[in-house]
Design a protein around this ligand. Structure first.
Ligand SMILES: O=P(O)(O)OC[C@@H](O)[C@@H](O)c1c[nH]c2ccccc12
Length: 263
């Protein structure tokens, strides 16, 4: 299928995010943009997040630009532990240089658990979504800070491939852009990926704003959560929370997940 992509100029993406994005652009330079025939939507990721109560998306995260090495997790074991600890979906990084992610990690996670899995990467090329579908992911991350006006076409592409999309925003302007596309799932990242600074008030604030604007889709709070207290106000506000570092570095992933979600 053919999707119109506005010229995407990633040279303006600032900071750490810009560096990673330009590396990913080079990685996929010349990759085949053809995504093939349409695939049926399973909507498993979305359905997992819509269950009653705050849903946990637990992330297989071995390293990050802010922390360096977090833990030498075996992806399959980590995903199984998260599932046992009550996670409703698994996020798996596939970015290799800064997050120690890989295709293999994603394949192992998909194989290990019955939960839906989201491919966590810096999507800058249609081939990355085709791969996500081929590798068995149920969803992929689309970052408005990276894709800007191209977020719409990428949403169409994800839909075409039967993938759910988590449309990630960090500030009001990005939220406005996302709301105009009316995606089924919006995530608000507490971390500014250009500076790596975390502000835990960002998600609740923008989630409230989205609801005030009449947004009726699924809302996800992302990043920086390390204990049950941090989640207190999210229980009646967000549909889901995305947590990586604090769980991954805990030493006991199932127990850490249970303790985090306890009210
Ligand atoms: O490790 P944390 O602070 O719990 O955050 C998890 C997740 O939100 C974070 O990994 C993330 C959110 N959006 C991203 C985009 C790219 C890379 C990583 C991310």
């Amino acid at each position: 299928m053919t999707v119109f992509f506005p010229a995407t100029d990633f040279s303006g993406v600032p900071g750490v995010l810009g560096k990673i994005v330009r590396e990913r652009v080079r990685d996929y330079h010349g990759a085949d943009p053809d995504v093939g025939a349409s695939r049926p939507a399973a909507r498993r990721f979305e359905a997992a997040l819509k269950q009653p109560g705050l849903s946990l998306i637990a992330e297989v995260k071995r390293a990050s630009p802010s922390q360096g090495a977090i833990a030498p997790l075996d992806p399959a074991t980590a995903a199984r532990d998260y599932q046992q600890g009550g996670a409703r979906a698994i996020s798996c990084l596939t970015e290799p240089r800064h997050f120690s992610g890989s295709k293999e990690a994603l394949l192992e996670v998909v194989e290990a658990v019955s939960l839906p899995v989201i491919r966590k990467d810096f999507v800058v090329h249609p081939a990355m979504l085709r791969e996500a579908a081929d590798w068995g992911a149920s969803a992929a991350l689309l970052m408005v800070s990276v894709l800007g006006e191209a977020t719409g076409p990428y949403l169409t592409l994800a839909e075409h491939l039967g993938l759910d999309a988590l449309v990630e925003v960090h500030d009001e302007a990005e939220l406005e852009l996302a709301l105009n596309l009316n995606p089924r799932i919006i995530g608000v990242n507490n971390r500014d990926l250009t500076t790596l600074h975390i502000d835990l008030s960002q998600s609740p604030r923008l989630i409230r704003l989205a609801r005030e604007r009449g947004y009726a889709g699924v809302l996800v709070a992302e990043s920086g959560y390390s204990n049950a207290r941090d989640l207190a106000e999210l229980h009646d506000l967000a549909d889901a929370v995305l947590v990586g570092s604090s769980l991954a570095g805990s030493g006991n992933l199932a127990q850490a997940a249970r303790e985090l979600m306890a009210q």
